[in-house]
Design a protein around this ligand. Structure first.
Ligand code: ADP
Ligand code: 5GP
Length: 190
């Protein structure tokens, strides 16, 4: 049976994954994205069912216990998880699926679907990561500090990923991801 490619994009908060993701979707119109569930509160402009499925901890835990997540993790004080059925159904229909998830989630996906491709997005420097995270202006100083501390430990294990892409120039970084996907499509399927 024809299966799509499962693409996992990971990297520290503020590195530019969401920005790259939006450009990737425009460049690859056949790519499907997974909408994650989270217990985090919506940021200004974020819509339920579009950016995330926002839910209480109780609902998240109940869904997790029913086996509804492909992977899940607690990160920066909230639960995040990938709803399993839409991903499996989309892959089975032959379409590629992009997951934008944290390092712990990426590990779980690689263990369950070894043929997926995992890509870690690196910042050009720690200083630039800090600038981007603060410049986004969506987290409190405390949350920024927690995300920067986590970033160091995530970058330290980025060698576990199949590919690492530095997001310095945005267009170049997006083109590198497109090249990676195109080079393995057809050969490596989930
Ligand atoms: P993430 O999804 O990884 O948390 P975002 O996509 O929200 O990160 O990006 C964090 C901030 O960095 C945003 O303000 C975004 O506009 C900016 N940004 C993203 N990529 C670049 C880049 N290549 N150069 C400069 N700023 C960038
Ligand atoms: P944010 O709160 O900035 O949207 O996301 C925080 C972190 O959670 C990011 O590293 C993001 O990649 C990760 N994340 C988002 N959705 C999921 C998910 O479904 N599973 C896991 N494991 N991590 C996720």
């Amino acid at each position: 049976m024809m299966h799509g490619l499962l693409i996992v994009l990971s990297g520290p908060s503020g590195v530019g994954k969401g920005t790259m993701y939006a450009k990737l979707l425009r460049a690859m119109p056949d790519l499907r994205v997974s909408v994650s569930a989270t217990t985090r509160k919506p940021r200004a402009g974020e819509k339920d069912g579009v950016h995330y499925y926002f839910m209480t901890k109780e609902k998240f835990v109940a869904e997790r216990e029913q086996g509804e997540f492909l992977e899940w993790a607690e990160t920066v004080g909230n639960y995040y998880g990938t709803p399993k059925k839409p991903v499996i159904d989309t892959l089975a229909s032959g379409k590629d699926v992009l997951l934008e998830i944290d390092v712990k989630g990426a590990r779980q996906v690689k263990a369950a679907y070894p043929d997926c491709v995992t890509i870690f997005v690196l910042p050009p420097s720690e200083e630039e990561l800090s600038r981007r995270l603060k410049g986004r202006g969506t987290e409190s100083d405390e949350q920024v500090a927690a995300r920067l501390a986590l970033a160091k430990s995530e970058i330290a294990v980025s060698g576990e990923f199949d590919y690492r892409v530095v997001n310095d120039d945005l267009t170049e970084a997006v083109n590198k991801v497109i090249d990676i996907v195109n080079s393995i499509k057809g050969a490596k399927k989930c």
